[in-house]
Design a protein around this ligand. Structure first.
Ligand SMILES: [Fe+2]
Ligand SMILES: [Fe+2]
Length: 369
């Protein structure tokens, strides 16, 4: 054999590194005759080989070709870098640590055997050895390594599949929630004074405010889009005569009306689903005012959840730009003036600034019928 080419592959068909028809073994020994003996024994079982006669050469080969190696047969006593050091380097590199190493050595003392195993070798064969013994041990460890790799690949495939399925189920759940919200909203439309168009526009306006808010994510904007339609779901709990009363409310009636916020919250707050819990917050806080003079709790400033502050502005903007039983639609300038006048009292100044900066987009939503 040509011992000048240390990375040569010795297989019956002379195939290269890429061929995986053969399991590939790196033999490291400073005595070339020893390498030849091992190759003669193992080639009967169809292994292909590369070899190195020095520790440093072995490490170079391993670093270059680790993906193709199924086993390393490693002598211990070699000039320069010895087999123990080679093993230590191989086992400390995550890329090569999994490759099984068998020491093949004339060192028979217990300390060397102990050291060999403690460095991570899977086996330790002492010279002289029987051909059958070498073959059996090499076969065992290459097969174990193959089985381990197959198992790892299967695990990986399984994990990917589980993750995909988990994601699919989650999005199905989320779609179910969205569907449920719009169904409830439709029900509300038939029992309260809210119209379907108002609800849809508030949803769009709220999502737009969330979208431009620097502290909120795309995810927040989607949550607000799908949770805001429920802002007045609590009106379903208010008696018909009060809800549809033509004139002004008495104080008692107004108090009863105000309860649509906390009634809805009590209904929705138990859910740990993100859309439902966002809807609970919005229903509870969309009548709170920045200056603390809103209801039901008189929360002030940033104590009001940002979702609540957003829907408060969207709700009023849409109510003013459209006609109701008791009032005509205001024109856009009148509405803008109202919002400016209530900047920092009724509304969060940061949201008013966003609203004014993107007024065109909000006005376009107001025109949706
Ligand atoms: Fe309301
Ligand atoms: Fe509303």
């Amino acid at each position: 054999m040509d011992m000048t080419s240390h990375s040569a592959i010795f297989s019956e068909e002379g195939q290269g590194w890429e061929s995986r028809d053969f399991m590939h073994i790196l033999i490291v020994d400073d005595v070339t005759d020893n390498i030849q003996v091992v190759m003669n024994i193992l080639k009967e079982d169809g292994y292909s080989f590369s070899y190195a006669t020095q520790g440093t050469e072995a490490l170079e080969l391993i670093e270059r070709d680790f993906g193709q190696l199924d086993l390393i047969l490693l002598d211990i006593m070699m000039p320069g870098t010895d087999g123990f050091s080679v093993c230590q380097t191989v086992k400390s590199n995550p890329l090569t640590a999994q490759i099984p190493v068998i020491f093949l050595t004339a060192k028979t003392d217990v300390d060397s055997i102990r050291k060999g195993f403690s460095l991570g070798a899977v086996d330790y064969i002492t010279k002289p050895f029987h051909a059958e013994e070498l073959l059996a041990r090499v076969n065992t460890h290459t097969q174990l390594y193959q089985a381990k790799k197959v198992l790892q690949q299967n695990n990986l495939a399984l994990n990917t599949k589980i993750k995909f399925e988990h994601k699919r189920l989650l999005s199905e759940l989320e779609n179910n929630q969205k569907e449920m919200i719009w169904m409830l909203t439709g029900l509300m439309e038939s029992t309260s004074d809210e119209t379907g168009q108002h609800i849809r526009r508030v949803s769009e306006l709220s999502a737009l405010l969330a979208h431009y808010h620097p502290a909120l994510s795309d995810d927040d904007a989607e949550i607000v889009r799908h949770a805001s339609p429920m802002h007045d779901i609590g009106k379903m709990t208010i008696p018909y005569e009060i809800l549809h009363k033509p004139g002004r409310y008495t104080e008692e009636e107004f108090n009863e009306m105000k309860a649509h916020t906390s009634n809805a919250y009590n209904l929705l707050c138990c859910s740990d689903r993100k859309l439902m819990s966002a809807a609970a917050i919005i229903a509870h806080e969309h009548h709170e005012k920045w200056n603390g003079k809103g209801y039901p709790r008189g929360l002030k400033g940033s104590k009001i959840h940002i979702y609540g502050r957003i829907v408060a502005l969207a709700d009023v903007f849409d109510a003013l730009t459209h006609s109701r039983r008791y009032k005509k639609a205001w024109n856009i300038d009148e509405v803008v003036n109202y919002i400016k006048d209530h900047d920092g009292t009724q509304f969060d100044p940061e949201l008013v600034a966003i609203f004014l900066e993107h007024l065109d987009e909000f006005a376009a939503i107001a025109k949706i019928k």
